[in-house]
Design a protein around this ligand. Structure first.
Ligand code: NDP
Length: 445
């Protein structure tokens, strides 16, 4: 590794020692941009990497709220505004019990490069809370979102910082958050949040975008090898927003998808996942994945583990970070996996990524493969700014074009640096160089 890059990484470890996921995300990026840093002494002269790994602003706040039993609950809210070199901060809000500053920083850091890859003029940020929505009533969710926004509203705006959804935050939560933002500011500022309802400023295809994009990225990787998704056996983890639409798009392209999961376990459906039943259980009833097995004949439920033992051609990890480790990778490789496209953020551990690459498995890292969500959020902002509503076909067409460009740009960079098909290196250097150029041009800020 370039000595300047190493020095920066050592400083990150010393400065914030208790942030393992953030370290993991920073290490992955720094390691793969090392070759690009060799060519640019001006990065070191302007301390560009030190600035890149330090968020521009971090906001941590108390979120007190009252549950249905009249008990006061206190959660912690976060917004990390990481980098605005390319545009307003943009990135989702995650509501999950595991959320802390480390998790939000890792997600915010990834978001910088992902957003740069989309080439849509958006900076990187992320936020959320350790609030656990599981088992909470609709009114509790509403009260929590409203209380969360009573602080967040000071920091966001359509030209400043534009949050969206992530784990635990979907259309319902965005609605409650937007309602409170509007009440507090007395402004109907459509572009302040994305993932809105289609009734008041949302974009068609935003719901589907991340999952669709992940599959389109897999398709582009297969194209390079002269293959298609048609007839391929696909294993998906998770059963939330990203997973459901990854299943849908993979099936549209002729693949056989045989698994989905949630934090309690996974189901194996050899007849192919019934995506309408999955939507009914997960989107409408907000139920557990076991119910899928209870309601469809011949489906098996396995508790407490993940689906990576199932032989497949394509693996789509779409649940959460570090959900696919070296043992899982070994199993997948032994079973003949051809491609892995990450719908989730950083779902594969570093060892697993190394193993896929050594085994010549096509590997699409999350920051490229799941960029379709934020890309379509930027399309939602574009529609809001011009007070337009595009057709499904137009929005999907733009998403398809953007995903193809992300793939092709990452591939071209991997070739330029002598490692054709290394999408980790290609995506990281492509995103980094766009951000670095803007940071140099904007001076020491
Ligand atoms: P959802 O909340 O809709 O779904 C998350 C799914 O993952 C659920 O099935 C959930 O199960 C499961 N899951 C979450 N945490 C864990 C865990 N610790 N162990 C096992 N399973 C878990 O979230 P999304 O689908 O929106 O997000 C999934 C991933 O995709 C995340 O990594 C997110 O950052 C990433 N992503 C999302 C984008 C979007 O547009 N939504 C954009 C880009 C990336 P359970 O219900 O049991 O918790």
């Amino acid at each position: 590794m370039n000595p300047y890059v190493e020095e920066v990484y050592d400083d990150v470890l010393k400065r914030d020692p208790n942030e393992p996921e953030f370290h993991q995300a920073v290490h992955e990026v720094l390691e793969s941009i090392s070759l690009a840093v060799d060519k640019h002494p001006e990065y070191q002269e302007t301390r560009l990497l030190e600035r890149l790994v330090e968020p521009e602003r971090q906001i941590i706040f108390r979120v007190p709220w009252v549950d249905d039993n009249g008990e006061v609950q206190v959660n912690r809210g976060y917004r990390v505004e990481f980098n605005s070199a390319l545009g307003p901060y943009k990135g989702g809000l995650r509501f999950h019990k595991s959320v802390n500053r480390n998790i939000i920083k890792f997600l915010g850091f990834e978001q910088i490069f992902k957003n740069a890859l989309t080439a849509q003029g958006i900076g990187g940020g992320k936020g959320g809370s350790d609030f656990d929505p599981h088992g909470r009533s609709d009114t509790e969710i509403m009260r929590f979102c409203q209380q969360f926004m009573t602080e967040l509203y000071r920091h966001i705006g359509e030209q400043t910082d534009v949050p969206a959804g992530d784990i635990g935050v979907g259309g319902r939560e965005i609605g409650y958050l937007f309602g409170m933002y509007k009440r507090l500011t007395n402004r109907f500022e459509s572009g302040v949040l994305t993932g809105k309802s289609l009734n008041w400023g949302g974009s068609l295809v935003r719901t589907e975008a991340t999952g669709y994009g992940t599959v389109l990225f897999a398709q582009s990787m297969l194209d390079v090898k002269g293959e298609t998704l048609d007839g391929k056996r696909v294993v998906v983890s998770g059963s939330g927003n990203v997973s459901i639409y990854a299943v849908e798009k993979a099936q549209q392209l002729g693949a056989d998808v045989v698994t989905v999961s949630d934090s309690s376990g996974w189901v194996l459906d050899e007849d192919g996942i019934d995506v309408e039943l999955l939507k009914q259980i997960k989107e409408v009833e907000r139920g557990r994945i076991k119910e899928y097995a209870d309601r469809k004949k011949g489906v098996k439920f396995f508790s407490g583990s993940r689906p990576w033992e199932v032989p497949c051609d394509i693996a789509l990890p779409c649940a959460t970070q570090n959900e696919l480790n070296d043992k899982d990778a070994k199993r997948l490789i032994e079973n003949g996996v051809k491609a892995v496209s990450e719908g989730a953020n950083m779902p594969s551990t570093p060892d697993a990524v190394d193993m896929f690459q050594e085994a010549d498995v096509l590997f699409g890292p999350g920051k490229a493969a799941n960029a379709g969500g934020v890309a379509t959020s930027a399309l939602e902002m574009e529609q809001n700014a011009s007070r337009a509503s595009w057709s499904f076909e137009k929005a999907e067409g733009r998403l398809t074009e953007i995903m193809k460009n992300i793939h092709d740009d990452a591939y071209a960079t991997s070739e330029e640096y002598g490692r054709p098909g290394d999408y980790v290196l290609g995506a990281n250097i492509t995103g980094f160089e766009r951000v670095a150029t803007a940071m140099l041009e904007q001076g020491i800020v």
